[in-house]
Design a protein around this ligand. Structure first.
Ligand code: PMM
Length: 295
């Protein structure tokens, strides 16, 4: 039964990534074993994750897709066990049948990096389930996606393409209050495109929908943190930069950040929340002082 509602969250959510894959760029192979994946999910929960995002297909540039049966074999038992522990689980899949199987064993959210483009049945499955649907900006599968990283104006085009996926989801019967969008950092995007999108998160706001930001450990952060010889920082050394982006995302009002290192983003979001509270107190103080003056 799906009970999770995107509109109910009090602050930016932290989605902890559980990749049950042999080949994800960031942590491929680490959690391929079922017990290791479940234990990792529980660690992320203990570190403060609000949602666990469980995926069985690597989407790295150049990657080959696993067969559907293999994807099911990877994610279904892990999702079942994490849901039994009480976790809010999102399934990271582009396949309708995988989404359905995940929902059947307790997943509450569908996270589709293709925004419904990869599988024509996806929107129907999501509509029937009533589950929240994270719909990401995407142009093609990993094997060819970076060939399509061409834009005249990346912000305008991502917003327009996301907008048409939103329309398709609505037309399939998914409630607007179930939809969450994601600019898809790194998917058919160069490092410059990613930075431009991050600098303009507010411009994507006019879709009027909650937004996920997924920057964690991506290649553009490796380039940002390159050493003196220009060698990119390896994925496990990109977490501090990821945490900094969680500050940016939370300040822009993101609904969630999707991260591998949960603790840093929990701290980042607490900082932003605490500053917001302080700002509010000062504004209210200024308001009541002004009222006093008028007496
Ligand atoms: N990135 C990856 C996988 N799934 N889902 C959403 N909604 N947004 C993302 O940016 C995103 C995603 C790729 O990263 P990984 O291989 O480290 O999981």
């Amino acid at each position: 039964m799906v009970s999770f509602s995107p509109g109910d969250v009090p602050r930016t959510q932290v989605m902890g990534v559980v990749n049950v894959t042999p080949d994800s760029f960031s942590d491929g192979g680490l959690w391929l074993d079922e017990d290791a994946a479940v234990a990792h999910g529980l660690e992320l929960l203990a570190a403060g994750a609000d949602i666990l995002d469980v995926g069985g297909e690597s989407t790295r540039p150049g990657s080959q897709r696993p067969e559907q049966d293999e994807e099911l074999r990877r994610v279904v038992p892990v999702i079942r066990r994490l849901a039994e522990h009480g976790a809010v689980v999102s399934v990271d899949t582009m396949r309708a049948e995988v989404a359905q199987a995940a929902l059947d064993v307790g997943a509450q959210i569908v996270n589709d990096v293709s925004g419904g483009l990869a599988d024509p049945d996806m929107c129907d499955v999501v509509a029937r389930s009533g589950a929240p649907y994270i719909l990401m900006h995407w142009r093609a599968h990993g094997a060819v996606m970076q060939q399509l990283a061409t834009y005249d104006d990346v912000v305008r085009e991502v917003r327009a393409e996301l907008g048409s996926r939103v329309e398709a989801a609505l037309a399939a019967g998914i409630g607007r209050d179930r939809l969450v969008v994601d600019p898809g950092l790194g998917f058919s995007k160069t490092a410059d495109h990613n930075w431009t999108l991050l600098a303009h998160l507010n411009d994507l706001d006019d879709l009027g929908l909650p937004m996920v930001v997924g920057a964690s450990r991506k290649a553009f952060l490796g380039m940002l943190m390159a050493d003196a010889q220009g060698r990119p920082a390896p994925p496990l050394e990109r977490d501090a930069a990821t945490g900094a982006i969680s500050v940016v995302a939370a300040q822009a009002g993101a609904w969630a950040v999707r991260v591998h290192d949960v603790a840093a983003s929990v701290a980042a979001i607490r900082v932003v929340e605490r500053m917001r509270a302080a700002d509010l107190v000062r504004r209210e103080g200024a308001g009541s002082a002004a009222r006093e003056d008028q007496r």
